[in-house]
Design a protein around this ligand. Structure first.
Ligand SMILES: O=C(O)CCC(=O)C(=O)O
Length: 237
């Protein structure tokens, strides 16, 4: 992302953490040892720009095919000096089906991801196994022989097939580690966070036709699916 976008996202994210305090993330789920923000499309135009960035959408299309929608837009900040490690999981507990892959996430590094500060571990190739770590492994929290750590500089955006087993690691530094997750799903699956229900009338009124499409705001199938089945996390209760 550009330096200006990185700066703008950091500023807005910090403002929101400050404003929301203990409520932060409660539209979706809260997590021990990590602060979260949810429903971000509702919370500033800068987020509308981020979810519709053509370079990122082109990568998402490689995973999901041409018809997909935003599933959720969240931030996760790993607390300093905390064991905020997560079990290996696939996002939304998703297993590829007969039509192929249906979840794709993008990780927007708002701080450097280092070996010490809670970078995400990933098991390359595991998106092809069509099994969930909680079913396949005796202990999904334990290190996996195939895992690699995703490190990178602040400003990096990584697009990942979110069926791939992955999870955050502990933050052993005194600084927070912030990341934004723009999560997409195939057209025929529910959104993790039902955007039409969560976005305020004011936010919905200012959206362009392209953004309305990306958010599935005028999509009867999405209404049917997301009003009944939204809310799935890979591991958070
Ligand atoms: O560390 C992160 O920001 C991502 C962790 C993750 O995989 C998740 O919250 O589902």
């Amino acid at each position: 992302m550009s330096a200006a976008l990185l700066e703008g996202l950091r500023r807005r994210v910090d403002e929101l953490f400050e404003a929301e305090g203990a409520r932060a993330g409660s539209e979706f789920k809260q997590e021990p040892n990590a602060r979260r923000l949810a429903n971000l499309v509702n919370k500033g135009e800068i987020f509308e720009r981020a979810i519709s960035m053509p370079e990122v959408l082109a990568c998402v299309e490689q995973v999901l095919g041409p018809r997909f929608k935003l599933s959720s837009l969240n931030v996760r900040a790993a607390d300093p000096f905390s064991d905020c490690s997560q079990p290996l999981h696939a996002d939304s507990g998703a297993v590829a089906d007969e039509h192929g892959y249906w979840v794709c996430n993008s990780v927007w590094m708002l701080d450097d991801f280092t070996r010490e500060n809670g970078a995400i571990r990933m098991v390359p190739g595991s998106h092809r196994w069509r099994r969930l770590p909680q079913d396949a492994l005796a202990d999904p929290v334990a290190p996996h022989p195939g895992e690699v750590l995703l490190t990178g500089k602040a400003g990096t955006v990584v697009v990942m097939n979110a069926h791939m087993w992955h999870g955050a690691t502990a933050n052993r530094t005194g600084g927070q580690r912030r990341a934004m997750h723009a999560f997409y799903t195939r057209w025929d699956k529910p959104q993790q966070q039902y955007q039409k229900k969560l976005l305020s009338p004011e936010a919905q009124a200012r959206l362009s036709p392209e953004l309305r499409k990306l958010l599935a705001l005028d999509d009867a199938l999405n209404d049917e699916l997301s009003s009944r089945f939204s809310g799935a996390s890979g591991f958070l209760k």
